[in-house]
Design a protein around this ligand. Structure first.
Ligand SMILES: Cc1ncc(COP(=O)(O)O)c(C=O)c1O
Length: 371
C-alpha cells in the first residue's frame, strides 16, 4: 500500500519568499481594501495572462455572482450541467433561472447546436464553462449571442493560463471568471478574478465587490464584500514567479498519462487540441463498461483500495441536485451526453509534486485486469 494520493495537492510557494512579503505587510499594516500588493498583483497577473482588465476577488464563486450583477443579467441564463455546482449557484444567488443545455461529446463543453432551441424571451445571457480548461466553441457561441442580443460570461475557473494560438482564452465573451482555489493550477489559497475588456466595466466590478462604494459617500447599488486581501495578493505575487514551473510539471504528468492510457480498450483520454497552450488542471478519463469490463465506480473503488483517490468530476450533474432537478431543462432526456459522461468520468491525480513512479503505478492499476 502506497501513501494516499489525492486528485490534487496544492502547490505552495517557497516559504522564505513569502515571509519577505509578510514582513512588508507587518510594517505597513495594510491588510486589505485595494492595498499595494493587490494593485501590484492585478497588474502583474493581467500582464502574465495577456488580458486587458482584471479585477481580483476573494474567490471564484463571488467573482461569478458579481459578473452577473455587473452586466445586470436577469431572467433566464443558458448554462451547462457538467460543471462544479458554483456555476449554477451563482445564478441562484442572483435570482436567475438556469436553463440547462447539453454538452458536446468531444470536449464536454456547452453544445452550441443545442443553444438556440433553449432561448426564450426571458433569456439574457449564456454561461458556458471551459471545462477542464478545454475551450468552448467560442465563435459559434458568440454568433448566437450576437443574433439574439445575449451576453456571454465564461466560467473559466479551470482555464488559468490557457491560450489558443497565443491568444488568451480569457479574452472571449463579455466577461470571464477565474478561480484561484487551493485545488487549481494557480492558487492564492482562496481567490478569483473577473476579466473584462474595458475600463468602465472594471470600475463597476470594483465598486460591486466593495459593497457598491464608488467613493466614501456614494453607494451605486447593493454590492457584496468580495475583496481579495493583501496576504492573498502577496501570496499570489510569489506564486506568479513559480507558475511556469508548476505548469511544466503538470504537462509532464499529463503527457505520461496520455502516453500510457491511450491504448487501453474501454478507457478514453480526451483528445489534445491543436494550437492550445494548456495548464493541465485535471486529467479526466472515461470508462466504457462494455469494453473495459469494469464500471467507472468499480475502477474508482479499486483505485481507492490502492490509496489512490481520483474524483468523479462532475458527477452528479448539477441538474440532479435537489435545488435544480425539478427544472424542465434538468430532465435527463434533455441532457443525454452530459448524463453519459457524468457516469463514465474519473479525474486522475495531477499536481506538480506527483512523482513519476506514482503515475506509473496508477496507470498499471488501470491497465491491469480486475480478476
Ligand atoms: C467550474 C468552476 N466554477 C466555479 C468554481 C468556484 O470557484 P471557488 O472555489 O474559487 O469559489 C469552481 C471551483 O472551485 C469551478 O470548478
Amino acid at each position: 500500500m502506497i501513501k494516499p494520493i489525492y486528485v490534487t495537492q496544492a502547490a505552495l510557494p517557497p516559504l522564505e519568499e513569502f515571509i519577505q512579503y509578510l514582513e512588508q505587510i507587518w510594517n505597513t499594516k495594510v491588510l486589505t481594501n485595494n492595498g499595494p500588493f493587490h494593485q501590484q498583483f492585478e497588474k502583474e497577473l493581467s500582464d502574465y495572462l495577456g488580458v486587458k482588465y482584471l479585477s481580483l476577488f476573494a474567490n471564484g464563486t463571488l467573482a461569478l455572482v458579481t459578473a452577473l450583477q455587473a452586466l445586470r443579467i436577469t431572467g433566464e441564463v443558458i448554462t451547462t450541467p457538467f460543471s462544479f455546482v458554483a456555476t449554477t449557484h451563482a445564478l441562484w444567488w442572483n435570482n436567475i433561472k438556469p436553463v440547462f443545455v447539453d454538452i458536446e461529446p468531444k470536449y464536454f463543453t456547452l453544445n452550441p447546436e443545442k443553444i438556440e432551441s433553449a432561448i426564450t424571451p426571458q433569456t439574457t445571457a449564456i454561461l458556458p464553462v471551459h471545462v477542464y480548461g478545454n475551450p468552448c466553441r467560442t465563435e459559434e457561441i458568440q454568433k448566437i449571442a450576437d443574433t439574439y442580443n445575449l451576453r456571454v460570461i465564461y466560467d473559466a475557473a479551470h482555464s488559468f493560463g490557457v491560450s489558443i494560438n497565443d491568444n488568451s482564452l480569457l479574452n472571449y465573451g463579455d466577461l470571464s471568471i477565474l478561480s484561484f482555489h487551493a485545488t487549481k493550477t494557480f492558487n492564492t489559497i482562496e481567490g478569483g478574478a473577473i476579466i473584462c475588456a474595458d475600463e468602465k466595466t472594471k470600475k463597476r466590478i470594483d465598486f460591486l465587490k466593495n459593497f457598491g462604494f464608488a467613493d466614501e459617500v456614494t453607494v451605486i447599488e447593493p454590492g457584496i464584500n468580495a475583496k481579495m486581501n493583501e496576504l492573498q495578493a502577496a501570496y499570489g505575487l510569489v506564486q506568479l514567479k513559480h507558475i511556469d514551473k508548476y505548469i511544466a510539471k503538470r504537462k509532464i504528468i499529463s503527457d505520461l498519462y496520455r502516453n500510457k492510457l491511450s491504448n487501453i480498450n474501454g478507457i478514453r483520454v480526451i483528445d489534445e487540441i491543436e494550437g492550445i497552450k494548456h495548464s493541465y488542471t485535471y486529467f479526466p478519463i472515461l470508462v466504457d463498461v462494455k469494453i473495459y469490463r469494469e464500471t467507472r465506480d468499480e475502477l474508482y473503488e479499486r483505485l481507492k483500495k490502492h490509496n489512490i483517490h481520483g474524483r468523479r468530476y462532475f458527477y452528479p450533474l448539477i441538474s440532479q441536485f435537489p435545488s435544480y432537478r425539478s427544472l424542465p431543462s434538468a430532465n435527463k432526456e434533455n441532457l443525454p451526453v452530459a448524463t453519459k459522461v457524468a457516469e463514465q468520468v474519473i479525474c486522475l491525480p495531477i499536481y506538480p509534486d506527483l512523482d513519476i513512479l506514482s503515475v506509473n503505478i496508477i496507470c498499471d492499476i488501470i491497465k491491469s485486469l480486475r480478476k
